[in-house]
Design a protein around this ligand. Sequence first.
Ligand SMILES: Cc1ncc(C[n+]2csc(CCOP(=O)(O)OP(=O)(O)O)c2C)c(N)n1
Ligand SMILES: [Mg+2]
Length: 361
Amino acid sequence: MPAQQEVIQVAAATEPGAAGEQPVVSQYAAPVPAGERERLLWMYRTMLRIREFDERIVQLFGEGKIAGALHSYVGEEAVATGVCAHLRPDDYVVSTHRGHGHLLAKGGEMRRMMAELYGRVDGYCRGKGGSMHITAVELGMLGANGIVGAGVPIATGAGTAIHLKGTDQVVVCFFGDGAVNIGPFHEGLNLAATWNLPVTFVCENNLYAQFTPQRLHAKLPDLYLRAQGYGIPGLVVDGNDVLAVADVVQEAVARSRSGGGPTFIEAKTYRWHGHAVNNPASAVGRDEREIADWKAKDPIPRLAHHLLERGIATALELDSIRDEVLQEVEASIAFAEASPSAPPEAALEHVYAHLPPRADL
Ligand SMILES: Cc1ncc(C[n+]2csc(CCOP(=O)(O)OP(=O)(O)O)c2C)c(N)n1
Ligand SMILES: [Mg+2]
C-alpha cells in the first residue's frame, strides 16, 4: 500500500438542497482515509455502497420510479474501488455508461446520484443528465458517457491539460472491453503514449460488449497486450480482487505522477446482471453456470474474508457497515423523492459555458 493520504472532506452541492438545506459534507466523501485499517474498511464500505445502490435502483426502475436506461455495475465493484483507493481528490476519472460505481468510489454522494436518476433538481446535473451523463467536476469526475469509447479522448485531453499546467495530477480512464475496437480508443492511447501523458487506462473486461462475448469481437484473449502496440506498460489483474487492483493502480499512478507516462491495465471481471436493467442476465450466450461461477468470486465476501482472517475487523463491525450502507441507500431515496423535478424551462440552461469575453477574439 502507498503512502497514506489525507482524509479529504468534499463539499457537496454549492446550492441549497431541495428543502432549502445548507450544503453538507458527505460522510463518505473521502477517497482514502489515513491508515491501513481505515483504508481497507473504506474499500469494504465502498464496494457495499456500490452494490446496494445498484441493486436498489433496479427495484426502483421496476416500480416505475426511475426512468431511462440503467446499467448495473454489480459484480465489478472491486475495479472502481481498487482504482480510486489510490487517487487524490484533485485527480480525474472519466467514466462510462456503467458509471455509478466510479462516482461513488471517487467520493460521490449517493443521495445526489439518486436524485439525478430520479430527474430531480438536487441531482449532480440538476436532474437533466440521468445515469449516463453524471458529471461532478468538483470531485474530478469528468462524466459518464453513453458513447462507447468516447471517454478515451476526453481522458487524453485531461492528461494534456495536466501536462500543460505542470501539476502532478493523474487521470484514470475507465472503459469496457467493447471500447478497445473503437477508433478514438486507438487515437487516444497513441497520443497519450506519444506525449507521455499521466493517464491510466483501465479496461473493465467483463467478457461481454452488450451481448457479444469478447472472443467474438477481439482475436486477442488478453486485451492488455494491446499496450505493446502503443509502447506503454500493460498489466493484467484479477478485477474481482480489490487489493490486487489497488496494487497495480498504485504502480501505474506513481509512474504517471513522476512523469513516466500512461499505463494500460486490464481488469478481468464480470457483470452479474444483463447489459441494461431491462435485459435478462441470461440474454444471449450467458448460461446459468457461467453466472454462478463468477458469483462464487464475489469481491465483497472475498475482502470480508481477508479482513476477518487477519483480525482487521470483526463480524460485528462488518455487519454494522452493511447496516449503515443500507440506511444510506434508503436515505438517498427519501432525499431524491423530496427533491422537485427538473422544470421543463430549465432544459436549455447550462448548455453552454459562459466565458468572459476575450479581447483578442
Ligand atoms: C459508439 C457506440 N456504439 C455502440 C453503442 C451501443 N452500446 C452501448 S453499450 C455497448 C457495449 C459496451 O460494451 P463494453 O464496452 O464492454 O462495456 P460494458 O457494457 O460491458 O460495461 C454498446 C455496443 C454505443 N453506445 N456507442
Ligand atoms: Mg464489457
